[in-house]
Write a protein that binds this ligand. Structure first.
Ligand code: SAM
Ligand code: SF4
Length: 323
């Protein structure tokens, strides 16, 4: 089994969608361009992460493909020789970038898609373009950015009738679909006119989604030895289906992910309200890879006693931390 230590690198807080559970329609106050970590600074942190035993990287956002020249960051990261280099994207611009990303050394792609229906997509994302996402998935497959995965957040009354359609889609397209529980993040607030604040009525347990899938497709067979936070199963036809259940079955105890924000904040958890200001350490203290490595090792050590607290008190700017 691969190590579960992962550095998730969020390269921007900008996004070309406005998913109703993630960002307000009006957008969010953005990190000033001068305060974004440069690709060279990210490379320094990634090099230190490898030295600290973190051999897997995931690039995320905001929407990572809206940051200019992402391929050049991918190339820098790939050159360091991680065991795994993946990208999480909304897929809108993936068709244009897939082959260049592959050539730059990207290993694989996960696309976030919460519905297969055009009208519903426009309600959930407050934007158009679902067909571009299907094109993006095809382009990623053709480019060899595999295994291809789709992440679907299930929300009661919004898309909770779609899991069987997604499983069929996954079977047909050779994609692992992973159903994710809705989390209380800052996008879900009283200002969100579509959903309002997070509340139990919106929440669908992973176990409920799995039961619905088994009703239609029969018993799912567990797949062992997977390396992430998803519990993965196989349908009778061999398609892989995953469930990520951070709310009903928190996996904090075994989590070894660190998160680097676009502004250089290193967070121990999605719900870490503070974080370590790596940008300041890099720019003002002129820290090199050895000092950053020590900070990362300390962060990994601190995580073992991390307590995210009660659900009611959780908050996270998911659009910045990147999931
Ligand atoms: N823009 C990219 C994308 O959508 O894939 C990357 C960043 S996005 C913040 C990463 C993931 O976070 C997406 O899969 C999204 O569905 C998920 N996400 C955002 N808000 C969430 C929430 N309140 N609960 C669960 N997942 C959420
Ligand atoms: Fe953008 Fe991803 Fe958030 Fe949707 S989930 S608004 S695509 S950052």
């Amino acid at each position: 089994m691969k190590s579960s230590k992962v550095l998730r690198i969020s390269v921007t807080d900008r996004c070309d969608l406005r998913c109703i559970y993630c960002m307000p329609e009006s957008g969010v106050p953005l990190v000033a361009p001068a305060d974004l970590l440069t690709y060279e600074e990210i490379e320094t942190v990634a090099r230190a992460a490898l030295a600290a035993g973190i051999r897997r990287f995931r690039v995320t956002g905001g929407e990572p493909l809206v940051r200019r020249g992402l391929e050049s960051l991918v190339e820098k990261l790939a050159r360091l020789g991680p065991d795994d280099l993946a990208l999480t994207t909304n897929g809108l611009n993936l068709a244009r970038h897939a082959s260049a990303l592959k050539a730059a050394g990207l290993g694989r792609v996960t696309v976030s898609l919460d519905t297969l229906r055009k009208e519903r997509f426009e309600t959930i994302t407050r934007r158009t373009g679902i067909e571009r996402i299907f094109e993006g998935l095809d382009a990623a497959r053709e480019a060899g950015l595999v295994p291809l995965k789709v992440n679907t957040v299930v929300i009661r009354g919004v898309n909770d009738d779609e899991p069987p359609d997604f499983v069929r889609f996954g079977e047909r397209e050779g994609i692992e679909v992973r159903f994710i529980e809705l989390m209380p993040t800052s996008g879900l607030s009283p200002e969100c006119k579509e959903l309002g604040a997070w509340r139990p009525a919106l929440f669908v347990k992973g176990g409920e989604v799995r039961a619905r899938v088994e009703e239609v497709f029969g018993p799912l067979e567990p797949v062992s030895g997977t390396d992430g936070v998803a519990e993965v199963f196989r349908t009778k036809s061999g398609a892989r289906v995953g469930f990520i259940t951070p709310v009903s079955e928190p996996f904090c105890a075994g989590c070894e992910r660190l998160r680097l924000g676009p502004d250089g904040r290193l967070k121990l958890c999605l719900f870490d309200k503070g974080g370590l200001d790596i940008r300041r350490v890099l720019r003002e203290e002129k820290a090199g890879p050895a000092e950053i490595e020590t900070l990362l090792r300390t962060a990994l050590g601190t995580k073992t006693t991390w307590d995210r607290g009660d659900l009611e008190g959780l908050q996270s700017d998911m659009f910045k931390v990147g999931g």
